[in-house]
Design a protein around this ligand. Sequence first.
Ligand code: PLP
Length: 521
Amino acid sequence: MENGAGAGAAAPAEAAAAWNFEPNVTLLGLTALSVRGVLGRVMAGMVVEDCGAGGRPAVPMGHGDPSAFPCFRTAEEAVDAVAAALRSGKHNSYAPCVGLKPTRRSIARYLSRDLPYELSADDVYLTSGCSQAIEIICSVLARPGANILCPRPCYLFHEARARFNGMEVKYFDLLPERGWEADLDEVQAIADKNTVAMLIINPGNPCGNVYTYEHLAKVAETAKKLGIFLIADEVYAHLTFGQNKFVPMGVFGSVAPVLTLGSISKRWVVPGWRLGWIVTSDPNGVFQRTKVVESIKCYLDISCDPVTFIQGAIPQLIENTKEEFFENTVDVLRQTADICWEKLKGISCITCPSKPEGSMFVMVKLDLSCLQGIKDDMDFCCKLANEELVVILPGCAVGYKNWLRITFALEPSSLEDGLDRLKSFCLRHSKPKLGQNVHSHPLSGRQTADVRCRPGEGGSELVHCVMHGLISSHCRLKLKTVQFQVANAPGSAVVAAIAISMNMISTKSVKDSESKIVLLN
Ligand SMILES: *Cc1c(COP(=O)(O)O)cnc(C)c1O
């Protein structure tokens, strides 16, 4: 078969033309809006090291799921509640499509603690996590031409679901200089007759902001004026550790109707349990009259429910979880937010407009002008993952180009390690400042450095250096470009070379495997 390859290629193409199906092409563009999709691209080139063999662990500062860290382990009582629900044998059946009644009642009671009115079980619809709650809302709202107003930056799952349902998304800005408050003038300017709702994420993902009562009151007034309702994504409810305490949007439900979305994923640190809710925080019954409630029920009739035994566990889970568990989680978040804030201050190409006060994230601005060889936020994150095994979400994944979203919900030691590696990455890629003495940058003020060398595999020499105090993580560099000064370390036969002008540290020839070198000034 001489032309085998050609014939082989043609046959499937012909066959494909005869098939009557094709994929839904809308989906292909939507992974750019998903945290998981973008993180997949960031980590594509990352080679995981063998920690047992002295390799470094990867540091996951990209996604908000700290459940694997011991300091974020869920409450014992929550685990007991699930085990008991399972053992009872009462939760092996299908649940009603709106969810089990006692579960809806317990969530209504739990949320009513923070409201000026009492929710009833009928206000609560159980969903498979807050994600499905978003999915349902977007499906229910999607009529031809409808649009919703979303904050920028935003958790883009909302946009993905809205667009998938054929809705338009319009963005209003959050103002970093005002603690990421919504620009309500802009909201009024972009709303039109097809606008149905406005989204508020509080506490904020990706900004770590917590809104004041006063700001939320203004949001409600704006919605009322525009004749739209509010979608309040409160999946981080009560995860606050700054000045502002969490105030649910539902407090203003009598000003403008609110659909409150939440789940146990974040507060109980069990995103894998997949239990969330949609709640109509609407004491005036607007959603009844406008048939929004009816369409939510219709949607639930044709979709799948959260696992029944998790539903069955919720009343006990809510009732039995001790205050200490919540306090502990918030304490760890406060501590890690502090670490993050302090360490970021020491990285010159990154600016953090405000200290996070809630959720698990902070948004920081990348100053590309002081970096070399970095194209944009995506490029920064890909190279960071490759070189330092530190995973951070590029701002483009939250609609904010050339910013970064950093998760600080990690084990504190791991977070410190990750931020140190981020710093050493930034130093290594920063532009040399003109007229600067090669030795004064970046080692200004430091005189000594330990350099450890070992031959690498495949002929390329790998250098592990530990620059105490400055670059505390191990830099892994291929010895290619060598621009160096020879330094004869006193008291040692070692001839080491160091090239610091490009923030590159390398050695020319090393006779000892480990030595202390003195930098010439
Ligand atoms: C995590 C998250 C969700 C999804 O919550 P699940 O309960 O895990 O589905 C929704 N909104 C925001 C802002 C989130 O960060």
